[in-house]
Design a protein around this ligand. Structure first.
Ligand code: 5GP
Ligand code: ZN
Length: 131
């Protein structure tokens, strides 16, 4: 179905960090920082919005435990746990996955920066967000 399904089916080799009936966690081939890991449901679901709740909760539960394990074992100073949803958000593989990215210092290879943006009327934003 997709490259991650082939990894889950062991048709493509990967470095398995954790596996159970619902979830697979593997080292990301790109290793944006040392220990960069991907947590994905074994069921093919495209992203966090389209996924069933069970798949999301199973992944988040594993991601929480692995984030702690990876930070401890890599001696990282922090960790980003994130999922990209949609091309505009940087999703390149359309099979839900959570990145666990250990952080070492502000000069490591990832920069998550919230730039200055125009002030918004929060009452108006709230109306839009709540629909
Ligand atoms: P996205 O950009 O969709 O949030 O993240 C996809 C991630 O999958 C990227 O960080 C990329 O390095 C990783 N990736 C893509 N193909 C493979 C692969 O064949 N094996 C592994 N281990 N990671 C992959
Ligand atoms: Zn898939």
């Amino acid at each position: 179905m997709c490259i991650f399904c082939d990894i889950i089916d062991h048709k493509i080799p990967s470095a398995v960090v954790y596996e159970d009936e619902k979830v697979l966690a593997i080292l990301d081939i790109s290793q944006v920082t040392y220990g960069h890991t991907l947590v994905m449901p074994k069921k093919h679901v495209r992203n966090i919005i389209e996924a069933d709740e069970e798949s999301v909760l199973a992944c988040v539960s594993v991601a929480k435990k692995l984030a702690a394990q990876i930070v401890k074992n890599t001696k990282a100073n922090g960790v980003n746990v994130l999922t990209n949803c949609g091309e505009a958000a940087g999703q390149s593989v359309d099979h839900l996955h959570f990145h666990i990215i250990p952080r070492y210092d502000e000069n490591d290879a990832i920069e998550l920066k919230f730039n200055e943006s125009p002030k918004q009327d929060l009452a108006e934003v709230l109306k839009t967000v709540k629909g």
